[in-house]
Unconditional design. Structure first.
Length: 213
């Protein structure tokens, strides 16, 4: 195992960087989309119910199946990896965005409007900051989930550490097959831990002390 890693250290670090970069970019994209959609629908019960249904159904879709479907229109490589990873990333964040915004008492919003704040100002300066701890919890869940999904996209030649896993599985029993799988799995676990620590730090920097749990 030591020899396998040392001989491919540069390749492993490059794949790890690709994997981490894919997850971060998809997580940021999913967060922006979820915040925008959640902010538009959270006051409308019918749209909230529809969003929750989409989230629930979306999480039941096998990622392998979705990757296979997207190969036809988008081909192999980065494009389908970004689409699949961003799709799954958005589901928990959207649900938590709606939950967090809906939990804010109407009196708080009325007070903000009463002192002259606009609707957009109230959303950006009062509602989203108050809902942020719940939203960030959804982002943390999403980050851990898509670390694994990003690996699965390597089945359709997506970037990242998943290539080591599928390479090893394709020649299981052959030379260095187990080492290849273990390298991919352990690398993803390490990246997941690092990303969660990063998000904990983001929480400490962005959550107002008065509402910090």
């Amino acid at each position: 195992m030591t020899d396998f890693v040392s001989e491919r250290l540069g390749q492993i670090f490059f794949a790890a960087w690709q994997h981490f970069s894919l997850v971060i970019q998809c997580l940021v994209l999913a967060t922006l989309l979820s915040l925008a959609i959640g902010s538009l629908i959270y006051r409308r019960k019918s749209l909230v119910a529809a969003a929750n249904s989409v989230s629930a159904i979306g999480l039941t879709l096998p990622s392998f199946a979705l990757i296979g479907l997207l190969v036809v229109p988008f081909g192999f490589g980065v494009t389908q990896a970004v689409i699949v990873t961003s799709f799954y990333a958005a589901l928990p964040i959207l649900r938590n965005t709606v939950v967090g915004l809906s939990a804010i008492k109407p009196t708080v919003v009325e007070s903000a409007r009463g002192i002259g704040m606009t609707r957009m100002g109230t959303l950006l300066q009062v509602e989203l900051p108050m809902a942020w701890p719940v939203i960030l919890a959804g982002i943390r869940v999403s980050a851990q989930m898509i670390m694994g999904i990003a690996a699965i996209t390597a089945y359709a030649l997506g970037p990242g550490l998943g290539g080591f896993i599928f390479s090893g599985l394709s020649r299981l029993g052959g030379a260095n097959s187990l080492e290849s799988v273990v390298t991919g799995v352990v690398g993803i676990i390490i990246l997941a831990l690092l990303l969660d620590l990063l998000l904990v730090g983001v929480g400490r920097l962005t959550i107002p002390r008065g509402i910090r749990v």
